[in-house]
Design a protein around this ligand. Structure first.
Ligand code: S6P
Ligand code: ZN
Length: 187
């Protein structure tokens, strides 16, 4: 239901949580298993357990005339094989829908890819704000030993295309070599 009066949230930047929070979406390894390069390690882990890779907390600021939304994502530290924990990644369905990302805590990369030849890996740390133009697929990778927290502001009507990312993949992966992140080109 639309709410046409101001709403404020109580945000805990250390934890990456806020109150009130109407929706939390967990993403376990099984939810993004096809995104990781080392499929034999994925299968091996999934035989034993299904680790939580990240969590998304949403707040829809729906009014009678607008559909802005807030999402706070917390990516846990870790690797699958030698690939750092990351978001599934998606492109917005509507071609006129950008997004603003703000890294609140942690370190890693924001990967941006048109999936048509243009790619950027933005080194990310607390304090960096990035505008994601329409038609750029986006994925965040946690390369640190600690939680990575970021805020996304977008329109609910943007829609999410996960399939195109699953089909084409990002141009580079972020892999751990001796604990240090390296960008590796995909063929
Ligand atoms: C939504 C926005 C974020 C992501 C979230 C999780 O447009 O970009 O809220 O949904 O960071 O990533 P993903 O790829 O699983 O949706
Ligand atoms: Zn998005």
């Amino acid at each position: 239901t639309p709410i046409d009066y101001p709403i404020s949230l109580d945000f805990d930047a250390e934890n990456g949580t806020f109150e009130p929070c109407p929706q939390v979406t967990p993403r376990h390894l099984s939810d993004l298993k096809e995104m990781f390069s080392d499929q034999s390690t994925v299968a091996q882990i999934l035989r034993e357990n299904d680790p939580l890779i990240y969590e998304i907390r949403y707040y829809p600021f729906t009014t009678t005339k607008s559909d802005m939304a807030l999402a706070v994502t917390r990516i846990f530290p870790g690797t699958i094989g030698n690939e750092f924990y990351m978001t599934k990644g998606h492109k917005h369905q509507r071609e006129d829908q950008p997004e603003v990302y703000y890294c609140v805590r942690g370190e890693g990369f924001l990967l941006l890819d048109t999936l048509e030849g243009e790619f950027r890996a933005i080194p990310w740390r607390a304090g960096v704000i990035t505008h994601i133009p329409p038609m750029w697929a986006h994925r965040v990778v946690n390369t640190g030993n600690d939680l990575l927290v970021f805020i996304g502001v977008f329109h609910l009507s943007a829609g999410h295309d996960y399939d195109i990312v699953a089909r084409k993949g990002f141009a580079y992966r972020v892999l751990s070599r001796n604990g240090k992140p390296e960008l590796i080109k995909q063929d």
